[in-house]
Each structure stands twice: as structure tokens, then as C-alpha cells.
Write a protein that binds this ligand. Sequence first.
Ligand SMILES: Cc1cc2nc3c(=O)[nH]c(=O)nc-3n(C[C@H](O)[C@H](O)[C@H](O)COP(=O)(O)O)c2cc1C
Length: 214
Amino acid sequence: MKNLIAINGSPRRNGNTAELLKHAMQGAKDSGASAELINLYALNFKGCTSCFACKLKSRPHGSCAMKDDLSPVLEKVKSADAVIFGSPIYFMNLSAGMIAFIERLFFSNYIYSDEIPTVFPKKLPSAFIYTMNMTEKHFEEFNMQERLGMYEIFTERILAVAPKVLRAFDTVQFKDYSRYESSIFNPEEKFAHREKYFPEDCKAAYEIGRDLVK
Ligand SMILES: Cc1cc2nc3c(=O)[nH]c(=O)nc-3n(C[C@H](O)[C@H](O)[C@H](O)COP(=O)(O)O)c2cc1C
């Protein structure tokens, strides 16, 4: 049976990112695969500490020498059949937790060699699911694709397949906007957007999960 690993880079276990990941997992399950959700913010781990143990000639390449809660997750990704990186956008970037995870996964499998670009043991289908407050128009105006595209390029280099991408825009952050200082938002418009578009995002996530394990 194939196995999908869904990585939640949001600290919110029931937020937008988690919800889309759950739909992707359902898609994978309906294709006959198993699916596991990893909540990064439930784990105690750091980003790469630049120890360079993964680059030593005397040590097998492709494994991170740091030992913490992320160690078994990195091994699981290696044996998975597909992986999804789910992240909210924080300050125009991935969340700090997701960046730390990617540093550990990618750098330990990245090799400073002219001959081979990666020591990851196989081609691994993957996807990025991004959720963000900004609208699609702002995403384009801020050249966000250029920024996030770097992660997608590294993913193709390390995992040897270009990732699928889903972007969920204009997400709802609060159930009740009146409880928070949030005057830059129009809650009615936010909820109307969610009602109209979030189901489409969920469907797209489902299809990504389904297709990744085919
Ligand atoms: C620390 C922080 C920084 C954020 N920065 C941005 C940002 O730069 N651009 C944006 O569109 N949304 C930003 N957001 C909003 C989140 O990306 C958005 O609400 C997302 O859907 C939250 O995902 P979640 O519900 O899975 O936690 C930020 C939220 C937080 C908490």
C-alpha cells in the first residue's frame, strides 16, 4: 500500500492549512493509499545547524546527524510514496517551522557535487499547499511566485520531480473578527470569499492527494 505524508507547517491544528491537508489525505485514502499527518509545531526540533556532518566523505550521505523529534519524520519521508508540504504564508514566506523542516530534509540530501544533484534515494512526488490572507491580485503584485518558486525549484532538484502547487488566497483567520483588532479586513467579504472559494480549494487538495499516490 502506498503512503502519503502530509506535513502541517501551521501551528493551528484546525486551521486552513490543516483542513486542506486533510482533504488531500482523504484523496490519497480514496485511491487506496494510507496517509499520515505530521503537525510540525507539536514537535521539538530546530532548523539546520550547519554541522556539515551530512557532507562528510566518511559518513553515508543523505541523513541528517541532528537527533531530535524531526529525525523519525525525515526517515518517514524517505520511505513514503508522496509528501505534501502545507504552510501558511508568514511575512511573505513559508512559516518558520516549515522552513526549518525543509532545511533539514533538503540540505541533508543535497550534495555539493558536479555529478549528482541529490542523494535522496528515489523520485518522490510532492506538492506545496500554501494558505494566505492576501488575495490572488496581491500575490501577483508582490511577485510571490518568484519567492516561493525557489522552494519549488529546490524540491525538484532534491526529490527529482516538480511539485504540484495549490494556493488558497484570502483565508479566514478568526471565527469572530469583532473580537480582534482587524480593521484592515472586511469580515463579510472574507466569509463570502471563503464560502465561494474554499470548497474549490478543498476539492483541488483532494485531487492532489489522489493523484500523488496514483
Ligand atoms: C505570523 C503571521 C504572519 C503572517 N503573514 C502573512 C503574510 O505575509 N501574507 C499573508 O497573506 N498572510 C499572512 N498571514 C496570514 C496567514 O498566512 C493565513 O491566515 C493562513 O491561512 C493561516 O493558516 P492556518 O489557518 O493554517 O494557520 C500571517 C499570519 C501570521 C500568524
